[in-house]
Design a protein around this ligand. Structure first.
Ligand SMILES: [Fe+2]
Ligand SMILES: [Fe+2]
Length: 145
């Protein structure tokens, strides 16, 4: 996820530097994407790390990092989905508004962003929610002992 974020930031930055309305639209998308990415870095990313750790070495669900990530993700889940919708809307609007959007490079970057969002909503967010449920049940069990 980290690598994909970095790659998308780099590509969005390249278009947002263009001094035209399309560059300005991409600058808005870039700004939203960076803020959104920071939220994912403290919620989804650690939760996925927790799941990955369960398949190799043992990672304690009681770790503060994971508990914080779990709470953070639950609190912000709805808003993060709204941020996705908002980025998709800006892309759709720009696609209709600017003829230069039809270039392979720009429409390719937009497609990558949309694909990234779909992958998160269909696979990574549900996985992060499952990790959050697991952390919750394990920490609840630990409290009861
Ligand atoms: Fe993301
Ligand atoms: Fe996202």
């Amino acid at each position: 996820m980290d690598e994909e974020h970095e790659e998308l930031v780099r590509k969005l930055e390249s278009v947002s530097k263009e001094e035209n309305p399309l560059g300005s639209a991409f600058s808005d998308i870039l700004c939203s994407f960076k803020c959104h990415m920071e939220r994912e870095n403290v919620s989804v990313v650690p939760l996925l790390k927790f799941l990955k750790g369960r398949t190799s070495e043992s990672v304690g669900s009681e770790s503060k990092e994971f508990i914080d990530a779990s709470n953070n993700f639950r609190e912000n889940y709805g808003e993060m989905l709204e941020e996705h919708r908002s980025m998709v809307n800006v892309v759709d609007h720009a696609r209709k508004q600017f003829s230069s959007f039809s270039s392979d490079e720009i429409s390719g970057i937009a497609d990558e962003l949309i694909h990234h969002i779909s992958l998160e909503e269909e696979v990574l967010y549900p996985a992060a929610l499952a990790a959050s449920d697991l952390i919750r049940s394990q920490t609840d069990a630990a409290i009861k002992v």
